[in-house]
Design a protein around this ligand. Structure first.
Ligand code: ZN
Ligand code: ZN
Length: 315
């Protein structure tokens, strides 16, 4: 609203929580219909009022316009909060570090029991249970467990289908701790592999490791993406790596900055937390993705995920 007016408007349900968590603002209780209450919180005179055009539905924007007097100009200001979140402070890094550790330990416990013959869904539930037992608030997104040809879907939903022997299985999972997310992917083998599965795995692994080595302050998101993409293209699988290399992680599992061909001008800075996750997806056959979570540091980067990247065989 202005440097001299700081109002946090909420309704009855969040009063106690706001008293705990919102400092430096006047906390005002409104009705359930907060849009109608905004006008009453504004100072007089001509005003420019920023709104988050990234997350405001068209209908809400129209209502807001209706509720506000003409002297108030609505100005799109989306992404401001997201921008503020790009560089994490020590407390935030600690939460993400904890989430990543919980997730790694949960996967170890799940794989130890074996996955062949259990359904993808049973493995996913087991993994999420192990994260909760270890103190996660929640999984940071619905876990992916995708075996064989199902692994060719980058965002596969776990099926009621037993994990077969002799296949690649992609597991993408994360924990939430103190409000912050982790995100990691490993692709494991369930026994001896046929065809080009091992070759594809090694291409993705090389792409992942070379791109990861490039993560440092001042590097462009597109530049780091290009390193992984180059390795995969050179191996002849370029058309099968159809998504960006990585994304920022924090309060949300997908946030700025982006590591992709079109990175929106992202330049990495110390304190960013990003994923590095190339993949190759061969429809009807198999998929491989390897994803680490890394924090950009003054001297380069530190990897927060610790599971091995050489091809692990699980029974
Ligand atoms: Zn992931
Ligand atoms: Zn990710």
């Amino acid at each position: 609203v202005g440097a001299d007016v700081r109002v946090f408007l909420t309704d009855f349900r969040y009063l106690t929580q706001a008293a705990d968590e919102v400092q430096g603002f006047d906390r005002v209780q409104g009705d359930r219909d907060l849009l109608a209450d905004i006008a009453g919180c504004l100072p007089g005179g001509e005003l420019r009022l920023g709104f988050d055009d990234l997350h405001t539905p068209v209908r809400q924007h129209a209502r807001l316009r209706d509720e506000l007097p003409d002297r108030v100009e609505l100005v799109p200001a989306g992404g401001i909060a997201e921008q503020l979140r790009e560089v994490k402070d020590a407390r935030e890094l600690e939460a993400i570090r904890t989430a990543a550790r919980i997730a790694d330990e949960a996967l170890a416990a799940t794989l130890e029991r074996g996955i062949v013959g259990r359904t993808e869904r049973a493995v996913a539930i087991d993994l999420e249970h192990e994260m909760l037992v270890r103190g996660a608030q929640a999984p940071s997104f619905p876990s992916i467990v995708a075996s064989g040809e199902h692994g060719a879907l980058p965002h596969a939903h776990p099926r009621e289908v037993p994990v077969p022997a002799g296949a690649l299985v992609t597991i993408d999972w994360g924990a939430q701790s103190a409000g912050y997310c982790s995100d990691c992917t490993r692709t494991v083998a369930t026994g001896e592999l046929n065809g080009n599965a091992t070759e594809v795995y090694e291409v993705v692994r090389r792409a992942q490791e070379l791109a990861l080595a490039e993560v440092a302050p001042g590097r462009r998101g597109a530049e780091v993406d290009g390193v992984a993409r180059g390795v995969i293209e050179e191996a002849g699988y370029g058309e099968h790596f159809g998504h960006g290399l990585g994304h920022g992680v924090g309060l949300e599992v997908h946030e700025a900055p982006r590591l992709a061909k079109r990175d929106g001008g992202a330049v990495l800075a110390s304190g960013n937390v990003v994923t590095v996750e190339p993949g190759v997806y061969l429809p009807g056959s198999l998929g491989v993705r390897i994803e680490d979570l890394v924090v950009v540091t003054e001297g380069g980067h530190e990897v927060l995920t610790s599971r091995p990247k050489e091809l692990v065989v699980v029974g």
